[in-house]
Design a protein around this ligand. Structure first.
Ligand code: ADQ
Length: 732
C-alpha cells in the first residue's frame, strides 16, 4: 500500500488512542450484545493505524452495558479498553453537550446550539473519567492521541497524571472563528483542556488559525502565528493543519473488484452522507430539483441517488431533519416522476465499504455539498473509486476538503441556482476535461492518503518539544503600549513566585540581581509607582526587596506602608493577633515530617513543602479543618495553607486602598494599573481589577485564573519589568 513503510515513527512504542466511540458499536439483540462497525470518518481513519502499530483504543462501546453482560473484543490486533457510560451520561454528555452544544457551535451554527449546565457538568465528569482511564493505560505509551470534540477536557486530566507523556489531539470537525466560539459559556475551560497537549491537529489551516485567535483573545495566551505555537503559563503547544486522507488503495481495489453495473443510459448523481444537518442534504435536493426545472432534457435521463446513513436519531433535531428530507424527496418525486423513472432514489441505511465502492465507481457525478464539514471523506472515497469512465466531483467550498481538492467543481451549497448550474456543467463536461481533473485529484489523494496523514501527524507529535522564543519587548509592547499610553503607571507585584522563584524555605527566596536591577530601573521612573504586595509580614517583605522608594503591603494587604501614604493597619488586626497564636498552637499537632508553621502576627502559614507527596493529603485536610474551626479562612498556596482572618479584606481590597489613597476616588482616570501575581490570593486582585487593569498570572497553567494574561515564570516577569523600565510614553 502506498505510504506504508517501516519508518522510525512506525517502529516506535505503541500508541494509546482515546475517542468517544470504540471502532465498533455494540447493539443489544436477542442474542446479547452484538458488535457492528461504528459508522463515520474517524474510524475509517484510525482503524488502520492501530491495526498496524498495535496499542490500546479507549472508548465508549456505544450502548449501556448491563451487569453480567460481556463485551466481545476478540480478534483485535490491539487492546480495547471500554469506558462505560450510564444512561444519564449518554443523554447528557453524548446526545446533550457533545452533539447539541459542541457539534453546532464548532460548525459555526450557534443558533442550533443549546446550553445546559447539567449537560456541561456531565461532559466534565465523563471527560474526567476518560482522562483517568487513559492515563492508567498510557504509562508506557510512546504517544497518547485523543480524538475529537467529545474529549476536549480529557487532555488536561491526562496531563495531571502523566506530566511527561507525549500528548496529542486531533479535531475531526471544524474550529470556528473566535466570534462564534466565545458564545459558548465554557469556552475558556474547553480551550484550557486542549492546551495540555503537545500537539493539536486540525484538518486545515484556517481552523488552526481560528484556534490560535481563540486562545489569544479568550485566554490571553501568547501566540506565534508563523511558528503556530501557543504559550500559556508553563505550557507550550504546537498547532498545525494535517489534512486527513483515506485508504486510497483499498477503495480503489474494491472498486476494481466489484461486480460490473447493469448497462443503462441513466446518469447517476450521487450523494452519500451521515444524515446530519451540516451535510446540506435538503439544499442538495433543491438544487437537483432546480436542475430538472431549468433543464427539462435531464428528465428521465438523470437520477439523484441519495444514500443517508442513520445518525443520532435520539436527537429530536435529527428526527426532524429526516422527516424534512422524506417530505422533500416525496415532493420532487411526486412532481417529476414518470411511469419508468423516479428522479430521486433515496436509501436510508448503511452499506459495506465494498457496496459503497461499487456505488461510487458507477456514479457520473458526486454531489458533496455540506454546509460545513471538517474535511469530508466521501469526496475522497469517490475520487479513489473512479476507476472506469471518469466522473465529476462537485464539492462544497465550505468543506475542509475544498482546501486541497481544487480541481473539483466548487460550489456554495446554499446557492441553489449555482449548484444546479454546476450540475449542468458536470453532466455536459467533455471526457478529456473530466479525465484531467480527476487525474489530478486522484494523484493527490493517492499520495496524501491516511498513512501519509498518520505519519506526518506522528512525526510532529513525537518530534522535539516545541518552545517559543523568550518574551521580547514586542510582546509587551503589543499588550501594554496602547493600554498605558501616556498615563502614570501603578504597578502591583506579588513577591514569592512572581519576583523570585519559590524556595524550600521563605528565607531562601531572594531577589536575583537581574530582577532587582529591572525593578530598580522601573522605580527610578517618575511616572511609575510600584507596590509589592505579599502574604509575608510587612517587615519581612520590605526587607526582602529592600528598595526604599516602593510601597509594601504585608499579610495579604492587612498592613500597608509607602511613600505618599499614611501607614495603614486594618482596624481589626489587633483583635486577631491573639487568635492567630491560638491557631498556630493547634497546628503544632500536624507540624510533622518537615511541615512547619510561619507566624506572621494576625495571619499564619502552614508550610508542607518538605513533606513527601504521599503523606500530604491528610495534613492539608487537617490544616483546613483547624483553620476553619477557628473561624479563619484557609487558602491553598504553593505547598502551603494560609490562615487569613475573616474580615473581608484581601489583596483586591488592598489594591483599592492604595489606589484611592494615592490617586483619589477617580484613580481609574488618573493611572493605568498593572498587577502581576502567581497565587490563589492574587486571584482576589485579578477579579477585583478585571476590566480595569492588565493582570498577569505567573506559573503553572493547571488552575483557572481571572488574570488577563499568563506569564510562564520569573524570567518572563523580569522581561516585563525591563520593558516597563524602558517604555516610551505613547503619544496618540
Ligand atoms: P463524518 O461527519 O462522519 O466525519 P465524512 O468525512 O464524510 O463525515 O465520513 C463519513 C464516512 O462514513 C465515510 O467514510 C463514508 O464512507 C461512511 N459512510 C457514509 N455513508 C455511509 C453509508 N450509508 N453506509 C456506510 N458508510 C457510510 C467527521 C467529520 C468530517 C471528517 C471526518 C474524518 O464530520 O468532516 O472528514 O470526521 O475526520
Amino acid at each position: 500500500m502506498p505510504g506504508t513503510s517501516d519508518t522510525s515513527v512506525e517502529s516506535q512504542k505503541p500508541i494509546v488512542v482515546a475517542s468517544n466511540r470504540l471502532p465498533f458499536t455494540f447493539q443489544r439483540t436477542s442474542k446479547g450484545l452484538e458488535r457492528r462497525p461504528s459508522p463515520g470518518g474517524l474510524v475509517s481513519a484510525l482503524e488502520p493505524v492501530l491495526r498496524k502499530r498495535g496499542g490500546t483504543w479507549i472508548g465508549w462501546p456505544g450502548t449501556d452495558v448491563r451487569e453480567g453482560e460481556q463485551l466481545s473484543t476478540r480478534g483485535e490486533a490491539y487492546r480495547i479498553c471500554p469506558v462505560l457510560l450510564s444512561e444519564t451520561e449518554i443523554a447528557r454528555y453524548y446526545h446533550g453537550f457533545s452533539n447539541r452544544t459542541l457539534w453546532p457551535m464548532l460548525h459555526s451554527m450557534p443558533v442550533r446550539a443549546r446550553f445546559d449546565t447539567r449537560e456541561w457538568e456531565s461532559y466534565q465528569r465523563v471527560n474526567e473519567r476518560f482522562g483517568a482511564v487513559t492515563a492508567e493505560e498510557a504509562t508506557d505509551a510512546g504517544l497518547v492521541w485523543v480524538q475529537d470534540y467529545h474529549l476536549m477536557l480529557a487532555p488536561s486530566r491526562i496531563r495531571k497524571e502523566l506530566p511527561d507523556a507525549r500528548l496529542a489531539f486531533f479535531m475531526h470537525i471544524p474550529f470556528p472563528p473566535h466570534d462564534v466560539f466565545r458564545v459558548l459559556p465554557w469556552d475558556k475551560e474547553l480551550l484550557r483542556g486542549l492546551l495540555a497537549c503537545d500537539l493539536i491537529g486540525f484538518h486545515v489551516r484556517s481552523y488552526a488559525q481560528n484556534f490560535l485567535d481563540c486562545v489569544e483573545r479568550s485566554l490571553g495566551a501568547r501566540v506565534d502565528r508563523d511558528a503556530q505555537l501557543v504559550e500559556y503559563g508553563d505550557l507550550t503547544t504546537r498547532v498545525g493543519a494535517f489534512p486527513l486522507g483515506i485508504e486510497f488503495s483499498l477503495f480503489e481495489s474494491l472498486a476494481v473488484g466489484a461486480p460490473k453495473k447493469r448497462e443503462s443510459d441513466q446518469k447517476i448523481v450521487l450523494g452519500v452522507d451521515r444524515l446530519d444537518y451540516t451535510k446540506g442534504i435538503p439544499e442538495r435536493i433543491l438544487a437537483f430539483q432546480r436542475l430538472l426545472e431549468r433543464y427539462p432534457e435531464y428528465r428521465e435521463k438523470v437520477t439523484l441517488l441519495q444514500i443517508a446513513v442513520p445518525s443520532r436519531s435520539q436527537v429530536a433535531e435529527y428526527r426532524k431533519l429526516k422527516s424534512e428530507i422524506d417530505e422533500l424527496v416525496g415532493n420532487v418525486n411526486g412532481r417529476f416522476a414518470t411511469a419508468y423513472w423516479s428522479p430521486i432514489q433515496y436509501l436510508y441505511r448503511s452499506f459495506s465499504q465494498r457496496q459503497l465502492a461499487a456505488i461510487y465507481r458507477d456514479a457520473d457525478v458526486a454531489l458533496v455539498t455540506p454546509l460545513r464539514d471538517g474535511m469530508n471523506l466521501v469526496a475522497k472515497e469517490y475520487v479513489a473509486c473512479q476507476v472506469d469512465d471518469p466522473g465529476v466531483l462537485i464539492l462544497s467550498s465550505l468543506a475542509g476538503a475544498a482546501d486541497t481538492m481544487r480541481e473539483a467543481l466548487l460550489v456554495n451549497p446554499v446557492d441553489i441556482d449555482g449548484t444546479a448550474e454546476a450540475l449542468h456543467r458536470a453532466l455536459t463536461m467533455e471526457e478529456e476535461v473530466r479525465r484531467s481533473r480527476l487525474a489530478a485529484l486522484r494523484r493527490r489523494e493517492r499520495r496524501d492518503n491516511v498513512d501519509a496523514w498518520v505519519e506526518s501527524f506522528l512525526q510532529r507529535a513525537v518530534g522535539a518539544p516545541a518552545t517559543l522564543t523568550p518574551f521580547t519587548d514586542e510582546d509587551f509592547a503589543a499588550w501594554l503600549s496602547e493600554f498605558i499610553g501616556q498615563y502614570r503607571l501603578a504597578l502591583f507585584l506579588d513577591y514569592d513566585g512572581t519576583l523570585c522563584s519559590l524556595q524550600d524555605h521563605p528565607s531562601q527566596a531572594r531577589l536575583s540581581k537581574r530582577v532587582r536591577e529591572s525593578l530598580g530601573a522601573c522605580a527610578e521612573r517618575d511616572d511609575t509607582d510600584i507596590s509589592v504586595i505579599s502574604g509575608r509580614s510587612l517587615q519581612d517583605v520590605r526587607s526582602m526587596v529592600g528598595l526604599e522608594q516602593l510601597s509594601y503591603a504585608g499579610n495579604h494587604g492587612l498592613e500597608i506602608a509607602g511613600p505618599g501614604m499614611a501607614d495603614f493597619v486594618h482596624e481589626d488586626l489587633a483583635h486577631y493577633r491573639e487568635r492567630a497564636e491560638e491557631i498556630a498552637g493547634d497546628l503544632e499537632e500536624i507540624a510533622l515530617g518537615g511541615a512547619w508553621i510561619e507566624a506572621k502576627g494576625p495571619t499564619l502559614t502552614y508550610h508542607y513543602r518538605a513533606v513527601p507527596e504521599n503523606g500530604r493529603r491528610a495534613l492539608i485536610e487537617r490544616a483546613h479543618e483547624i483553620i476553619n474551626q477557628a473561624g479563619y479562612q484557609a487558602r491553598d498556596a504553593h505547598c502551603a495553607v494560609e490562615a487569613i482572618p475573616p474580615i473581608g479584606w484581601d489583596k483586591g481590597r488592598a489594591v483599592l486602598h492604595v489606589l484611592r489613597t494615592r490617586y483619589g476616588a477617580s484613580w481609574s482616570e488618573a493611572v493605568r494599573v498593572v498587577y502581576v501575581g502567581d497565587d490563589q490570593t492574587d486571584e482576589d486582585a485579578f477579579r477585583f481589577l478585571a476590566g480595569l487593569a492588565m493582570t498577569f498570572r505567573v506559573g503553572s497553567a493547571d488552575t483557572h485564573t481571572a488574570a488577563s494574561r499568563r506569564l510562564p515564570d520569573v524570567e518572563a516577569v523580569r522581561a516585563l519589568l525591563r520593558w516597563l523600565a524602558r517604555r516610551r510614553p505613547k503619544t496618540r
